[in-house]
Design a protein around this ligand. Structure first.
Ligand code: ZN
Length: 277
């Protein structure tokens, strides 16, 4: 049984949003037990929960009562990995800063602020049977397990060398060294299309790994299979929207935010299959 945690002290971060190109300021504050992770934007409290997902194209966007916040997944992934269950995230802006494209700057800032244990036990979400969602050639599946593991498999029509698998096994150190440093990526041929569709306005070589198949990268890889570890990072961020510690084995092939969120919705809807303590 593990207890809930929050931050020891507030921290501030700012930066550009990768999709909007708009600058945003964050102030993340400690929060009481059972508060969960909540955004506070223009006077509206927006819980980081799957019920509030309003868009999953290229990033995960939450919305409520006329306010929206995009690209929440990397920050939520870092908060989840550091077991920070309760946090109040004030946002001035419309998109969480992309920083260097990974979760590492969030992890470093959170560790510097410090993690504070709270008296009550954390909520734990377990499973009694498998839950699976599929879409065309994409699959995401959760199976009962003692500890949380996340396995991502990447496959690309245009890049066979990119077909690899990575598994994260719970433990803050493993997250810090394997998952957190993995940057957002895009293919060179996608970039023009993204810009034309009004996305990636804040994207740059400082916050995105551009892949030119078969083996050219815009900067040296930080990790072997970095793109696949980034998928693990994103899955953890999207499943953090379940607002509980997860006790299950996740495996996902070719997923994106849309399918990750569908898995979270399916897990939430699984009446009788979930045990929350
Ligand atoms: Zn991502």
């Amino acid at each position: 049984m593990t207890n809930q945690h929050t931050l020891k002290q507030p921290l501030s971060l700012e930066g550009v949003g990768i999709h909007s190109g708009k600058w945003a300021k964050l102030k993340i504050e400690p929060a009481p037990e059972n508060f969960g992770r909540q955004f506070h934007i223009n006077g509206v409290f927006l819980p980081a929960q799957v019920e509030y997902v309003v868009d999953t194209s290229r990033c995960t966007t939450l919305g409520r009562d006329g306010v929206k916040i995009s690209t929440v997944e990397h920050l939520l992934s870092a908060l989840y990995a550091l077991k920070i269950d309760n946090a109040l995230i004030h946002v001035e802006g419309i998109e969480i800063p992309i920083l260097d494209g990974s979760a590492l700057p969030f992890v470093e800032a959170l560790l510097e602020a410090g993690v504070q244990e709270q008296p009550s036990p954390a909520r734990v979400l377990g499973l009694q049977k498998m839950v699976m969602v599929q879409e065309r050639n994409m699959t995401a599946c959760a199976k009962p397990a003692e500890t949380y593991t996340v396995t991502a498999t990447t496959e690309f029509d245009s890049w066979s060398e990119g077909g690899v698998t990575c598994t994260f096994q719970e433990g803050a150190d493993a997250y810090l060294t394997q998952v957190a440093p993995a940057r957002t990526f895009a293919f060179d041929f996608e970039v023009r299309q993204l810009l034309e569709s009004g996305m990636a306005q804040g994207g740059s070589l400082d916050n995105c790994l551009i892949i030119t198949p078969p083996n050219t990268f815009s900067s040296p890889l930080r990790l072997e299979r970095e793109w696949c570890w980034h998928k693990v990072l994103d899955i953890m961020g999207d499943l953090a929207l379940l607002n509980a510690r997860l006790q299950m084995a996740i495996s996902a092939t070719r997923t994106g935010h849309r399918l990750n969120v569908r898995l979270a919705q399916a897990l939430l809807a699984q009446v009788g299959a979930r045990t929350i303590t």
